[in-house]
Design a protein around this ligand. Structure first.
Ligand SMILES: Cc1cc2nc3c(=O)[nH]c(=O)nc-3n(C[C@H](O)[C@H](O)[C@H](O)COP(=O)(O)OP(=O)(O)OC[C@H]3O[C@@H](n4cnc5c(N)ncnc54)[C@H](O)[C@@H]3O)c2cc1C
Length: 305
């Protein structure tokens, strides 16, 4: 719990009071549906507001955390100190010929739907990835053979000093589920994707097929953060976990999914601690049985209770 009236007043000089929430529970902002509170949850509406908030956090030496759509995050039960920024109000998506410019808070699913509506091909892979555009760049999100790297041309970001920069896709060093965005502390504001004219029926058929595959294989009926682990070279994480006999293994309300062993689901009132304990148990078991170190894809942030 915080009571820093001065900081609150300063935030209200930047954005309206409905955009500044104090001691805000974060569980409704994540796909796992657990996690503690943010001291300040701030939702800027313009690029200038983002820049001012970064500068304010620097000036006051306040910790600063960025939340996308919360689909690749575990927020610990003790919550997050300082300012948490949510970019969901920066969500415009615009098409010019074969180029789509999307603000970082737009959902990448909605960008792929815009591509479909505009008869553009290249973003079909993203039709079931529940992240924001910013989160998708951060992780170089991908599925079924496609990834952000294939279609991203350039991006606008704010650096850790509050300066606006325009970068090319190459500047981000995108590779399998990583980028250099965390190394630089960039905040992605906008992304430009280059697509190709396509046949709308074919684009739709591909998206329907990928959605069918996803829905039949993934435990979408329970909250989760998606695939917990990256694909280890030469193996599949889900198969290793399954072969280790861990499917259905439960710690508190967290369970290794019975439908897809690469997922850990929030079966019932799970805490972040239970979820993290289960991740560690899975890593330890797979290491002992197969001598493979499973690396987490999901990020863990915040403080213990
Ligand atoms: C059911 C399910 C299925 C999934 N399937 C896939 C899949 O097929 N392929 C795949 O790649 N991923 C998948 N994911 C994981 C997730 O959707 C992606 O990693 C996505 O890119 C995360 O985006 P986000 O906006 O939710 O980011 P968050 O989870 O909110 O944040 C993740 C990280 O990105 C950073 N970040 C967020 N926005 C910005 C920004 N604007 N600028 C800079 N940094 C930012 C955050 O600070 C954080 O460190 C799945 C998740 C779920 C729950």
């Amino acid at each position: 719990m915080v009571n820093n009236h001065h900081l609150y007043e300063e935030l209200l000089k930047i954005t309206t009071n409905e955009n500044v929430l104090v001691n805000q529970p974060l569980k409704d902002y994540t796909y796992t549906r657990f996690g503690g509170q943010a001291d300040y949850l701030v939702t800027p509406e313009t690029y200038q507001e983002v820049q001012q908030i970064v500068k304010l956090a620097n000036e006051h030496k306040i910790a600063f955390t960025l939340l996308g759509n919360g689909s690749n995050l575990i927020i610990k039960d003790g919550g997050i100190r300082g300012i948490v920024m949510n970019l969901s109000k920066l969500n415009k998506v615009e098409t010019n010929d074969e180029v789509i410019i999307a603000q970082s808070g737009a959902r990448i699913i909605d960008v792929s739907r815009e591509a479909l509506a505009e008869k553009l091909t290249g973003l079909e892979f993203a039709c079931g990835i529940p992240g924001s555009v910013g989160g998708a760049l951060f992780m170089n999100a991908g599925a079924y053979g496609g990834e952000v790297k294939d279609v991203l041309v350039s991006t606008k970001v704010v650096d850790r000093y509050g300066k606006l920069l325009e970068l090319s896709a190459e500047d981000l060093d995108l590779s399998y589920r990583t980028s250099n965005i965390p190394d630089h502390g960039y905040i992605v504001l906008e992304a430009t994707f280059s697509l190709k004219a396509g046949d709308q029926h074919e684009i739709k058929a591909m998206m329907d097929d990928l959605t069918f595959k996803r829905e039949s294989k993934q435990p979408l009926e329970y909250p989760s953060c998606g695939s917990v682990f990256k694909r280890p070279p030469g193996y599949f994480a889900g198969k290793l976990i399954q072969d280790s006999g861990l499917q259905g293994k439960q710690i508190g309300g967290a369970q290794v999914s019975e439908k897809h062993a690469g997922f850990i689901v929030n079966r019932e009132n799970c805490t972040a601690q239970e979820y993290i304990d289960l991740i560690r148990f899975v890593q330890k078991t797979v290491k002992e049985k197969y001598n493979v170190a499973l690396e987490r894809e999901v990020r863990i942030i915040g403080e213990d209770l």
